[in-house]
Design a protein around this ligand. Structure first.
Ligand code: CP3
Length: 381
């Protein structure tokens, strides 16, 4: 990664051999990008999945006046929501406020978010004919996300890393086929097994769309792209390898070729991690069910990792929360390439002050774990 490429955050690429340059004067953006590239940092960078959302009063206030999709389509509001959350929490990176399902509309699939139920696709894909009709030539309609990214970049400069994102082929296809959230992914797996032509065609179309969508986000200044494969943990490792890994690898490589690192995230992925690592993603997002060191070890400590506090720990009394935060830091053990995060998104009702407390704890305790690496006392795995 990076050779001959222009990073927005050039300060992140300061010379590794000068370790004294590492602990001082590092911006949040540089800290985050360096960790993605597995370079030493003064402490692990920290941000949170779903850091802008319903748990935050400011977001709920905006939501009183606009639907979720309206917020996404208005770059001024999407940028404001992104900025407010990142500033209120004091995190090192801001993920653009958008949604995984936005590409469905330009592809020709209408959907809505039904209160209390989640997404609802009006005509789920069940036939080859319906897949043949999907369009891949209207990614330009998603430029509102790039416009919001440009605003966030100009607001934060290099003080924070800016994360763009998109859905991975399996997870996005599962919404298109099931029509919404699912427990057993029966229609998705049925198509995967019984209609290989339809399945390949669908993944190919999603791939084409997501490459174009990510390119817009990178051109607008996104420093890193996170690819959400939230529901990939529903697959056995054999099915993952046979039906999902090749196209996902191509998407990740295509985004890396745009000059940015990729974070590849899924939930319930303990058995999939070594295969997910084969995609070549710079960072693998870990859920909380596997201890961070076990997950990282299962991938031979190759690449960087992000995670992995249980999001529901944010409802625990502060001493317990602090113990758990320190455990995650201890498991990372100061190795280069750890980004502190949750194992999945913040849920509604989470006390904001507890999220802020985690940031404080990572800032306070993080350096104790990171510094030995800088001094060379901890062996890189
Ligand atoms: O700061 C942030 O992270 C918020 C930006 C963001 C949203 N969606 C806004 C949103 C991000 C990164 C997403 C990604 C997303 N969307 C994923 C992958 C992340 C994950 O959790 O694994 C998925 C699976 C979706 C699809 C989606 N969007 C669902 C299933 C739902 C309903 C969930 C629910 O709790 O109701 C949404 C709605 C949604 N997207 C909300 C937000 C803040 C909440 C609903 C609202 O504000 O009306």
């Amino acid at each position: 990664m990076g050779d001959g490429l222009e990073f927005r955050l050039m300060s992140a690429l300061i010379d590794d051999s000068d370790l004294s340059a590492v602990p001082f004067g590092m911006t949040g953006g540089a800290r985050f990008l360096r960790a993605c590239l597995k370079k030493p940092v003064d402490r692990p960078p920290v941000w949170f999945l779903r850091q802008a959302g319903r748990y935050m009063a400011e977001y709920r206030e905006v939501r009183k006046h606009h639907t979720l999709v309206e917020i996404c389509k208005r770059p001024d509001i999407a940028a404001e929501v992104t900025i407010t959350a990142a500033e209120k929490l004091g995190v090192d990176a801001a993920i653009i406020f958008a949604d995984l399902l936005l590409p469905l509309e330009p592809m020709g699939l209408d959907f809505e978010f039904v209160a209390g139920e989640g997404p609802h696709v009006h005509h789920p894909l069940r036939t080859v004919e319906s897949i043949d009709k999907l369009r891949t030539d209207r990614a330009g309609e998603l430029e509102y996300v790039a416009a919001a990214i440009a605003k966030v970049v100009s607001h934060f400069g290099d003080s924070k890393g800016i994360i763009g994102f998109c859905g991975a082929p399996f997870t996005l296809a599962s919404y298109m086929i099931e029509g919404g959230s699912s427990r057993n992914y029966i229609f998705t797996k049925q198509m995967m097994y019984a209609e290989p032509y339809a399945w390949q065609k669908l993944l190919e179309k999603v791939f084409t769309m997501q490459v174009a969508f990510c390119k817009q986000q990178v051109d607008a200044g996104a420093d890193v792209i996170q690819i959400f494969d939230s529901w990939v943990g529903s697959l056995s490792v054999e099915d993952y390898r046979d039906y999902v890994l090749p196209v996902t690898t191509r998407l990740i490589r295509a985004v890396q070729a745009m000059g940015v690192p990729v974070i590849y995230f899924g939930v319930d992925t303990a058995s999939l991690l070594p295969a997910m690592r084969e995609t070549g993603a710079d960072v693998i997002g870990l859920d909380w069910r596997t201890p961070l060191d076990e997950g990282w070890r299962s991938m031979g400590y190759a690449g960087a990792v992000q995670g992995n506090l249980d999001p529901i720990t944010l409802f625990a009394p502060e001493p317990i929360l602090e113990t758990r935060v320190k455990q995650v830091l201890a498991q990372a053990a100061g190795r280069a390439g750890h980004i502190f995060n949750l194992g999945h998104g913040i849920v509604p009702g989470t006390p904001v002050e507890n999220v802020q407390a985690v940031v404080r704890m990572v800032k306070e305790h993080g350096p104790k774990y990171a510094l030995p690496t800088v001094k060379g006392e901890v062996k890189h795995g």
